[in-house]
Write a new protein. Structure first.
Length: 96
């Protein structure tokens, strides 16, 4: 686990590596692969604080697999590992 503690309604996620082959067995080069949009939640903040001071808890938890909006989040690198910091609002779905 990274030495990161997300604040407010932010998440630290690790992207899931996309398939390098098509269903027909064709191997795709890195340049032809789309940016991954599926990730595993590593850490979450406490939640979003509303204007009235009330805390809205997070809907996702560490270990969840999520689908997030394309081109969202901030990519960071810690050591040899790469992570993305997202807002909970950027998460589109939790994958079962």
């Amino acid at each position: 686990m990274p030495a990161l503690k997300p604040l407010n309604d932010r998440l630290v996620v690790k992207t899931v590596t996309p398939e390098e082959k098509t269903a027909g067995g064709i191997i795709l080069p890195d340049s032809a692969q789309e940016k991954p949009q599926e990730a595993e939640v590593i850490a979450t903040g406490p939640g979003k604080t509303l204007d009235n001071g009330k805390l809205v808890p997070m809907e996702v938890k560490p270990g969840d697999r999520v689908i997030y909006a394309k081109y969202s989040g901030t990519e960071i690198k810690l050591g040899s590992e790469e992570y993305v910091i997202l807002r909970q609002d950027d998460v589109l779905a939790i994958k079962n």
